[in-house]
Design a protein around this ligand. Structure first.
Ligand SMILES: *Cc1c(COP(=O)(O)O)cnc(C)c1O
Length: 822
């Protein structure tokens, strides 16, 4: 067991205080993910948006007693030893570096084969597949999900224990210099370089430099496995003294693929290895999967797995779910479907996600036996039970003989079943109501059958919301803000159609300063679902004031009349009542003008219990350069009006003017706070920096029927869709009642089916519409993308003369929302 003193020497740190010897088991880098204080060491990492030192006090309060810090004292000047007399404290120059050094030291304790994987695409899939393909012979440890960053790699490697016989870790970089840090942590003995593409190009001066950087992972490997068909990659590898094991479809290589043909749902590969010709059926047909499978084939051949055995194992390969999905289910329940990954690290990640969703009061887990953890059963189920307990999960359902055998480790209320079939036989929908349910099981337990039992009847149309993209966009706007500029995020209109509490919840987790909604009910809904951030309500009706106070929501006051109504039934308590003053500087929608001031301020002065928190204005034309002069005039007027507000009130308030477009266009006028809206949802309203954002929402539906019509026949209501030639048409399950605008009728709109754009033919109906799929291979059940990354909201909006805001917020509430993260 590593001691604190050893930890100090491994990380070249200085012990500031040593109180007691404690086990070093859990490395914590995100204070929100604390689960077992005993045995936890917290690394106070300073990141771009956050500083771990801010969370030491809270963690100490929760029982953490080991801290790695970069400073000796907190911002008030008190030393950490003085503040935390019971804690072991270690001072280092760089907490992330210390974590990496510790992981590298840990890695060096083991002399098993370690496969290191990098490349632009396919890293995670190749890793997951190899783990499946090699596990009949080996006890494999692997990176959880796509933990491949400067932070993720050390945490992955830390899982290694003495029972493992093989490790597979992935490494991803976005900047020069990063791979040199990951190499000593992974110390791969076998390398796999999947391919090289455009991802993260912006961090490097050239594609060649990017390849060279990535190759630094492999400076000490026994062998590097790669495909020589990637010319640049091949060229760079050859320039280095690395031993290789290659495959190719174009040249002679260690594994030469001479033919690939598709047969039904399989791809038949003919290849030559050591002079012998072999055939292999890969259970996938798409190009990316075939390439990933060929990397795996090469790795298996290199490890001398017999040919027949390779086929047998490939047959059992299953697609990897790359993301954790949260889906609506029966009786108001939500389901986190994590049916593919059931190691301990994966369990911890999924439980974190569960714990960070306060909106469903009751949290439930359905968990199978854990296979291949490398730990003795006793210890394993002890840890599983502790993790579940520490994440506040109330209802535990265990399925499988082994977990059932260890039932005494779990709470008394936990229920156990010997098999999935046993559970399903006793399943009653009424037993589950308004719960958030994590479903997590090893493949052999076929938990997809459980997921299926919980699913609501699906109307084929869904709006998929990518929570990672949302966070990416949030961080992009944050990177534009001065360090002390606050951030208010607009979650009005069901968070621009994306689902208000799921989005609000993520924003709360990422510590934005404020939320804003349009109406009182939207704010109440947030409160009822566990949102505790301050919330501004922009258009409160007088009859909602009591409700606002009851839920601690803060009204925007925009007129004297509204203020008078607000004051009328203000309770005579001693509480502070927080309001926001809206000023009209040219939008001419809501807001006070300077003429109102002489009446406004005396009224406020008579009610000292009212506290003006902020004052703000809204720009009428920030999205268009054409209006720059007008916007600047609005900003100037606002500044002088706001200054007068502060003088008349006699105290400072938060001043804010910029919306998403304003943040991009007028960075010098951020004032105290900005109000982010559409940008969070992936639309850059000025159009100049669209590239930097990721699309958040994808609206999808399915093909209900395909039929042929002959020239001259018509399609749909009013016979508007006239076939000018023989056609194949497909009916898709979306109409104007789903929010699919009727203006998309007759060729104005289109959807993507199997990668091809298909124009709308005829009028859009209430629940359906028809598209022209002539010449394409389309069948009932195929997916149709209505908008998403290849069919952007901006493009679709402009086709019918509207704006992305309208398309997004129109998606009807009957369309199921699916939230996922990658
Ligand atoms: C909706 C709204 C915003 C956000 O606007 P975006 O263009 O979506 O960024 C900001 N301020 C006010 C007052 C709003 O109503």
């Amino acid at each position: 067991m590593l001691t604190f003193q050893q930890l100090a020497s491994v990380t070249h740190g200085k012990v500031l205080q040593f109180v007691q010897a404690l086990p070093i088991i859990h490395l914590l880098t995100d204070s929100r993910k604390l689960s077992q204080p005993a045995g936890t060491v917290f690394f106070a990492i300073r990141g771009k948006y956050n500083d771990g030192h801010k969370y030491i006090a809270a963690l100490y309060g929760q029982g953490v007693r080991q801290f790695i810090v970069e400073k000796e004292q907190d911002e008030t000047g008190r030393t950490y030893s003085e503040c935390y007399p019971d804690a072991n404290l270690l001072l280092v120059t760089d907490c992330l570096g210390a974590l990496q050094q510790l992981a590298a030291w840990h890695r060096a304790q083991f002399s098993i084969p370690v496969i290191g994987i990098t490349g632009s695409n396919g890293k995670t899939i190749v890793k997951e597949w190899l783990a499946q393909l090699l596990s009949p012979d080996e006890l494999v440890v692997k990176s959880p999900r796509s933990y491949n960053s400067q932070l993720g790699v050390p945490l992955s490697v830390w899982q290694l224990n003495s029972n493992h016989t093989l490790a597979i870790f992935e490494a991803g970089i976005s900047l020069p210099g990063e791979m040199e840090k990951l190499q000593p942590i992974i110390q791969p003995t076998i390398g796999i370089f999947t391919n090289i593409g455009t991802a993260h190009d912006e961090g490097f001066t050239s594609r060649q430099q990017k390849v060279q950087e990535k190759l630094k992972l492999f400076t000490k490997v026994d062998v590097l496995i790669y495909c020589t068909d990637h010319e640049l990659l091949h060229h760079e590898v050859q320039a280095q003294p690395i031993k290789t094991f290659t495959w190719s479809r174009q040249h002679k290589a260690d594994v030469t693929v001479t033919a690939t043909t598709t047969a039904g749902h399989k791809t038949i590969v003919v290849y030559t290895y050591k002079g012998e010709k072999q055939r292999l059926a890969i259970p996938f047909t798409d190009e990316a999967s075939v390439e990933n499978a060929l990397h795996c084939l090469a790795a298996l051949l290199y490890r001398n797995v017999p040919f027949a055995e390779i086929q047998d194992r490939l047959d059992r390969l299953h697609p990897v779910a790359m993301r954790l999905e949260m889906k609506e289910a029966i009786n108001g329940c939500y389901l986190i479907d994590d049916t593919y990954n059931n190691d301990l690290a994966g369990l911890a990640i999924a439980l974190d996600l569960l714990a960070n969703q306060p909106q469903r009061v009751r949290h439930t887990i359905i968990l199978s036996d854990l296979l291949e953890s490398g730990l003795p059963e006793e210890a394993l189920y002890g840890q599983v039970a502790a993790l579940i307990k520490n994440h506040g999960v109330e209802k535990v359902i265990g399925i499988g003989p082994t977990i059932s055998h260890h039932k005494t480790k779990f709470s008394d209320a936990a229920v156990f079943y010997s098999s999935t079939a046993d559970f399903l036989a006793q399943f009653k929908t009424d037993d589950f109501r308004n719960e958030l349910i994590l479903v997590k099981g090893a493949r052999v337990f076929e938990f997809e059958r459980i997921v299926h039992a919980f699913q609501q009847k699906v109307h084929g149309t869904v709006l998929e919301v990518n929570l990672d993209a949302l966070v990416h966009n949030l961080n992009y706007y944050r990177s534009k803000l001065a360090p002390d500029t606050k951030l208010m995020v607009m979650v009005k209109a069901f968070a621009y159609g994306s689902g208000s509490f799921e989005v609000a919840n993520l924003l709360q987790f990422h510590r934005v300063d404020y939320l804003a909604v349009a109406y009182a009910d939207e704010g109440v809904m947030l409160r009822e679902n566990g949102i505790t951030l301050p919330v501004m309500v922009m258009n409160p009706s007088p009859d909602s004031f009591a409700k606002l106070r009851q839920h601690n929501l803060e009204p925007e006051i925009y007129s004297l009349e509204l203020l008078e109504q607000y004051l009328k039934d203000l309770p005579s308590d001693t509480l502070r009542h927080r309001i926001h003053l809206k000023l009209d500087t040219g939008m001419h929608r809501l807001g006070f003008t300077s003429e109102d001031f002489d009446a406004l301020f005396p009224l406020l002065q008579q009610h000292p219990q009212i506290q003006v928190i902020s004052t703000f204005t809204h720009l009428a034309g920030a999205d268009e350069a054409l209006h720059n002069d007008f916007s600047l005039m609005q900003i100037q007027n606002f500044k002088s009006m706001a200054a007068e507000v502060e003088v008349r009130l006699g105290y400072k308030v938060i001043k804010h003017a910029l919306n998403s477009a304003g943040i991009v266009r007028f960075p010098e006028h951020q004032l105290d706070m900005v109000r982010l809206g559409i940008g969070l949802y992936g639309v850059e309203a000025t159009g100049s920096e669209q590239e930097a954002l990721k699309p958040v929402s994808t609206l999808k539906t399915t093909v209900s029927q395909v039929k042929s019509i002959v020239k001259g026949e018509t399609v749909g209501y009013s016979r508007k869709g006239i076939a000018d030639s023989d056609k194949i048409i497909a009916t898709i399950a979306i109409g104007y009642a789903d929010g699919y605008d009727r203006r998309f009728s007759n060729g104005a709109g289109m959807v993507i089916i199997n990668g091809k754009r298909c124009p709308i033919i005829g009028n859009v109906c209430m629940d359906m519409c028809m598209v022209d799929v002539t010449g394409l291979d389309v069948k009932a059940g195929d997916e149709a993308i209505v908008f998403g990354s290849k069919l952007t909201l901006t493009e679709m909006a402009s086709r019918i003369g509207t704006i992305p805001y309208e398309l997004l917020t129109n998606v009807s509430s009957r369309v199921k929302r699916i939230f996922f993260s990658e």
